[in-house]
Design a protein around this ligand. Sequence first.
Ligand code: IMP
Length: 522
Amino acid sequence: MSQFDCAKATSYLKDYPKKDGLSVQQLIDSSNFGGLTYNDFLILPGLINFPASQVSIEAKLTKKITLKAPFVSSPMDTVTESEMAIHMALLGGIGILHHNCTPEEQAEMVKKVKKYENGFINDPIVIGPDFTVADVRKMKKDLGFSSYPVTVDGKVGGKLVGIITSRDIQFIDDDSLKVETVMTKDLITAKKGISLSEGNELLRSSKKGKLPIVDDNGNLVSLISLTDLLKNQEYPNASKSFDSKQLLCGAAIGTIDSDRVRLEKLVDAGLDVVVIDSSNGSSVFQLDMIKWIKSTYPHLQVIAGNVVTREQAALLIEAGADGLRIGMGSGSICITQEVMACGRPQGTAVYNVTEFANKFGVPCMADGGIGNIGHITKALALGASTVMMGGLLAGTSETPGDYFYRDGKRLKVYRGMGSIDAMQQTATNANASTSRYFSESDKVLVAQGVSGSVVDKGSITKFVPYLYNGLQHSLQDIGVKSLDELRKNTDNGDVRFEFRTASAQLEGGVHGLHSYEKRLHN
Ligand code: IMP
């Protein structure tokens, strides 16, 4: 008979000299063989006494911006343009628009994000009254649809005079007829400010396919389309500004003089948060830039970086940064550590910077090397508030660029901003990529990244909810109900960690199978 009483098993735990596993501090202190990456450790499971759906993953992006989900898309020219930024914000995160383009192009992207209203088409294709029936037939062939609002000047913002649909031209034999002679002039329209559900109702009752939205002067501002409404989803987690209810938008700039002019355009377009994009954030150029931005645009949130040491972080915090971006050399397309001999394994970088920055209430974003949901949880457990992703989101349909086929696979380009390809593109736009690496005046470009391709991942409207659910389940396994609780219980030593040997990593992956298919979500 055992001398131990099963009914009191938990009470024997107090007789043990130490808790199972390591505290985060012990994990970092005892990794004296070198810096830690996310794969080098695991988090021990805790008690589950709540459903995963109850877990809150709300997180601070900066001192003043809180997101429903800690997900940020990277300012890379193969990751974040307006489509990505719109959908990241709709799904609870935020997108940071890249700056490997002219300031005007970047400002236009900001406008698209800020003007976006779920279900409303803000830049519909519009035609003028002078268009011919032949033009409309050709547009139908090229674009796949044949209903267009007609405005006096053929532009959005012009006075709405009619709408042309396939029904209007169906029985017309004379293709040279002007649109104004055949279009529908008896219009059902709605006033700017109408809600999506009111618009929906109007479409239903009027049995029309398109509902033009006009301002007080009858000028066309947007359009609601029945086909889009049917596809339309609700986005309860959307990241929006309190006052305007517009989607939140971030954009990156560099640290050279012309970036001040660029920023002015972005702010005019409605920017909420600027990321100062540099591979090494501790430069006098960046310190000056932060101070200038904070004095010129006090309400604009500034994320500074990148940093990997607390000494670098201290400089940026003192200069006025509202958030920090952590990572040097951990990106999936990055060769900085190899070429520059500079950088830091990401786990150690995240712990050391956040342990310092969190004392000042400056939230940090773990940037680079996020390859799966587990990495996200680990970055947050080490102290980061949010994660920035490039490679994990690359290949989704919201990224810029077209798909192509190679070896029977559907692929998209994903490239480092320090790749020769990206830096050469910059040369024509005199900014961005080269300035990120302090190389704008170099005759010989030294690559710090590669250009490659990634497999089609489908739409982020499925992929980000997968990350969201996965993170909730991961926190449930750890036994915490929110990211705040994760932070608190990590700091007080309740959340426990363990090193992962090379063989433990093999054991933790799929092994011993002849073949298998890795499907991540349905
Ligand atoms: P990923 O999520 O692991 O693919 O890493 C993306 C991050 O890598 C970006 O957010 C940048 O911080 C960083 N990055 C982007 N381009 C380069 C490059 O060319 N060299 C080094 N790092 C890069």
